[in-house]
Design a protein around this ligand. Structure first.
Ligand SMILES: C[C@](O)(CO)[C@H](O)COP(=O)(O)OP(=O)(O)OC[C@H]1O[C@@H](n2ccc(N)nc2=O)[C@H](O)[C@@H]1O
Ligand SMILES: Nc1ncnc2c1ncn2[C@@H]1O[C@H](COP(=O)(O)OP(=O)(O)OP(=O)(O)O)[C@@H](O)[C@H]1O
Length: 301
């Protein structure tokens, strides 16, 4: 067996997140337009005695190191399918905000899956890997493929989306996380007794992505989880306002939050808006990143 394999995996922002009514299984049907952004975790797997996880970087203390870690679950799922002993040490070098609505855990799962697949030479097809990803979580298939994609069903059934340019973002990282199930439950509470329409992808949004038009994209960004995230964390309204005052073209909650995302004209304005957000005291830190970014990629030394 060979030495270590390292995989780099991006974070995501949802440029459209249309949420339908709760299904009998508790999940919600979505029209979920994912865009991978250039903030990355790196997952390294090394042959070892038994399965273990270590984590370094910002927020590492919040990441579980037991069998509940999504990267460990990914390794165990692949090993189980191929009758291999999951004897690897998994190290996660974290840079994606933890519990921030940017699919950090999902990224680690996709990274560990691809890394173990290479380490063990399973010969699994892309479809098989995507199937395992979908079993691990709704966001995990997108972390594997990256770029931009429409996710339907619970977000796991992907169709690639064309992107004709580069978009520049600022991400304001909040103190503490928000639980994804709690935000979906709050969506159910806020919409109780109302008609929740079937989620439908926006043709104008797909056009804006295809033409790489920042102004057009700014006008059509939408997130049905923004109201529930704000309901659970009202202070996020101050962060959204601070970024807007600083000149962002658009501001929205990223996925289930509490990270907030700001679309900007170019990298220079992204830097200026990140500085203004940090100085505003309405977030813990602000990061800049551009999109689209590639999906999980094996790093060659
Ligand atoms: C908010 C998003 O990040 C947007 O991309 C995703 O919808 C969440 O994806 P995820 O974190 O991979 O979520 P999963 O691990 O599949 O599910 C966690 C929990 O979120 C809720 N959930 C998730 C996806 C979905 N379509 N409907 C849901 O109601 C369910 O309560 C579920 O038990
Ligand atoms: N490898 C991992 N990295 C981070 N969190 C993990 C990991 N494995 C399990 N978790 C658990 O998952 C929770 C959510 O973490 P994560 O960073 O994936 O949130 P998120 O970005 O809000 O996810 P999403 O956008 O997919 O809803 C954490 O609080 C943690 O307990």
């Amino acid at each position: 067996m060979s030495a270590s394999v390292t995989v780099r995996v991006p974070a995501k922002v949802n440029v459209q997140l249309a949420v339908g009514a709760a299904r009998p299984d508790g999940f919600h049907d979505l029209a979920n337009v994912f865009l991978a952004v250039g903030l990355y975790d790196e997952v390294t797997v090394t042959p070892a005695d038994g399965l273990s996880v270590t984590c370094s970087g910002p927020g590492a203390a919040q990441v579980p190191l037991d069998v509940s870690n999504l990267a460990a679950r990914a390794a165990a799922a692949l090993a189980g399918r191929y009758g291999i002993a999951p004897d690897v040490r998994i190290h996660i070098a974290k840079d994606i905000p933890v519990a921030g609505g940017m699919a950090g855990g999902s990224a680690d799962a996709a990274g560990a899956l691809l890394a173990c697949d290479a380490l063990w030479s399973t010969g699994a097809s892309r479809e098989e890997l995507l199937e395992i990803c979908a079993e691990l979580g709704s966001d995990v298939p997108f972390s594997l493929v990256g770029g931009a994609a429409l996710g339907v069903g619970r977000g796991e059934q992907l169709t690639p989306v064309e992107v004709g340019g580069t978009f520049h973002w600022v991400f304001a990282v909040a103190d503490g996380g928000l639980s994804t199930p709690a935000v979906y439950r709050e969506f159910d509470r806020l919409t109780e007794g109302t008609h929740v329409p079937e989620p439908v992808v926006s043709a104008r949004l797909l056009d804006a992505l295809r033409t790489g038009d920042t102004g057009a994209l700014a006008g059509v960004l939408s997130n049905d989880l923004q109201a529930p995230a704000l309901s659970l964390r009202p202070s996020l309204a101050h962060t959204l306002a601070a970024g807007t005052v600083a000149g962002a073209r658009a501001a929205l909650v990223s996925g289930s939050g509490p990270t907030t995302a700001f679309l900007t004209d170019d990298e220079a304005s992204a830097r200026a808006i990140a500085d203004a957000l940090t100085a505003s005291g309405t977030c813990r830190t602000a990061r800049i990143a551009s999109s689209p970014a590639p999906g999980a990629t094996i790093q060659r030394p």
